[in-house]
Write a new protein. Structure first.
Length: 329
């Protein structure tokens, strides 16, 4: 059945619990050598972030969302409702990258906590200039920072961040943390359905011609993220058929993964019941998969996808290779 607790991903839970139990006392967080920084487009559940933010191992920099003249940050209590009302009423909703100063403060915070380096994993550079802000900040600080353009978004990005946290919890160097994060990112796929392409068009994430095509012919598109960009995958004539086809695509992808290694996450905005149903169907269709994670899209993504979106992320379990083993191979 679907699962909302991020600790329900057994591969991650089994990997991190013994690592955290073996930590030094709280006075010496530098038992971890590398800190991980990301942005709120990674869609990491708040309780999962809190579990690793306390000792500075993980920092999430919020991405701003503008509704009319008001600017909101991810995590503000009413932001989801505010965006939903704005989208339904046709009010402009825009997003922006975090400032270099926000990343600079995150990197300096890691340095003050005694970390030796930072790995900073961010939303695709094809969709946002966030990684550029991170690079500007990295050039201003003395602590070494590895900036990673995830080339993806949502929990696909989040799975890469979780991979980085796994490696960092194991005391790995920045190069090793980055390598494992990139391995996890390379194994993720994002598939999604939106009732309308209009909001994606307004945000410049898909061409005007594609939006007009979808509106004129009542097409319900299935989209994907390929090489960092939103691309059309298939054209379907009704919402019900689009969701059914989305499920088929995801099941086929998961079936092609190593046995027992597929991981699934479902995002929604304004349609939790549909997400619950889709997650239950996927759990039944992909036996042996860890519980399907269900979460609302973060505000910065909901602003572009619009109401009624259903997104499924397919990834894989994994743990960092033993450095000695890697060197010998």
């Amino acid at each position: 059945m679907p699962h909302r607790d991020p600790a329900g991903w057994l591969w991650l839970k089994e990997r991190l619990i013994p690592l955290r139990q073996a930590r030094r006392p709280a006075a010496a967080p530098a038992a971890f050598r590398t800190a991980v920084v990301t942005d709120s487009a990674a869609a990491l559940p708040a309780d999962w972030v809190r579990a690793f933010a306390a000792d500075g191992l993980l920092t999430v920099v919020p991405m701003p969302v503008m509704v009319g003249a008001e600017i909101y940050g991810e995590g503000e209590d009413d932001i989801a409702d505010t965006i939903a009302v704005a989208l339904a009423s046709g009010r402009p909703v825009k997003t922006s990258r975090p400032s270099p100063g926000q990343f600079e403060q995150a990197y300096l915070g890691a340095q003050r906590r005694g970390f030796e380096s930072v790995v900073s994993v961010h939303i695709s550079g094809e969709l946002s200039g966030t990684a550029d802000s991170a690079r500007l900040a990295a050039a201003r600080v003395s602590i070494p920072v590895e900036v990673v353009d995830s080339r993806t978004v949502g929990m696909a990005q989040g799975m890469g961040v979780q991979g980085a946290v796994v490696a960092a919890s194991d005391g790995r160097t920045a190069a090793e943390v980055r390598e494992f994060a990139e391995q996890q990112l390379a194994r993720t796929k994002v598939y999604f359905y939106v009732p309308s392409l209009e909001q994606l068009r307004r945000g410049g994430r898909i061409g005007a011609a594609a939006s007009l095509w979808g509106t004129m012919f009542s097409i319900k598109p299935i989209l994907a993220v390929e090489d960092g960009k939103v691309v059309p995958l298939e054209k379907v004539r009704s919402a019900a058929k689009a969701i059914a086809r989305l499920k088929e695509i995801v099941v086929a992808d998961a079936a092609g993964r190593p046995e027992g290694q597929a991981r699934l996450a479902v995002h929604h905005f304004g349609n939790p019941a549909e997400a619950e149903l889709l997650a239950a169907q996927l759990a039944e269709a992909v036996p042996g998969c860890p519980p399907v994670q269900i979460s609302a899209l973060p505000a910065v993504l909901a602003a572009h996808a619009g109401l009624g979106v259903l997104a499924v992320i397919v990834g894989e379990s994994g743990t960092p290779a033993d450095p000695e083993t890697s060197a010998a191979s």
